[in-house]
Write a protein that binds this ligand. Sequence first.
Ligand code: SF4
Ligand code: SF4
Length: 254
Amino acid sequence: MAKADKPEQPASSRQKYRRWILLLTFIAIPVTIFYISPIVIMMGASEGIVTGSFLLYIVLFVLSLFAGRIWCGWLCPMGACQELGSRLIKKNVKEGWPNWIKYGVTLLWIAAIANAFFAAGGVQGVDPFYGTINGISVSSLQVLMMVVMIFTGIFVVAFLTGKRGFCHILCPIAGVMVLGRKIRNLAGWTALEIDADSGRCTDCLTCSEKCPAGLDVHGMVRKGTMENPDCIMCATCADVCPERVIRYGVGKGG
Ligand code: SF4
Ligand code: SF4
């Protein structure tokens, strides 16, 4: 069927919930950003302090062993910022080397954290509320301006490179969670995944058009390899496929 003839499908309830959750995580940024920021980890490390964001990233790594990059698809405010402005971002990130930059960023970031702890004489303490005032992250106009600038930068990267461009190319959290997913795939234990019954696919391309990460989901279905390091486990493809080809649930991979 030609693209112009394809009726627009209403969003499934699951995707409506997902977008509401993303909106809430975005609105909560002034409170939560210091518990999430990769920059705050480095600030804490320079004083030998294990921050709330450091603790969160340990949780995210463990989560990725069982649910891949579900954080990115459902809860991350940096992801939310790109997806909420998705009407302005039409193209997909090009496959290839740009997607590898994030692994370099992750390695440099981990090395910088280790070096900062080393220079501070090791771990001096744990402070989940590091940098916050009464638990609130944005406590002054200066901090607010910095946060606005960072999120504007994230959106501009996505605007220039494509859907979820910051997640594809620069995010260090992505590198950590991809590592967790790779470990799970090697071990083969039961985890959240998408799989597909390609025999039922009618090549309508809706899954590829609606994937918020701009992945070639139809190509993945046809190749029979649904595992993709840039999949954010959002379930959109499973929810929009008119033939119910794609399944979102727990499985053992392969
Ligand atoms: S492949 Fe499916 S689950 Fe993965 S990011 Fe795209 S739409 Fe979401
Ligand atoms: S998997 Fe579903 S949505 Fe994707 S091309 Fe096939 S039928 Fe269309």
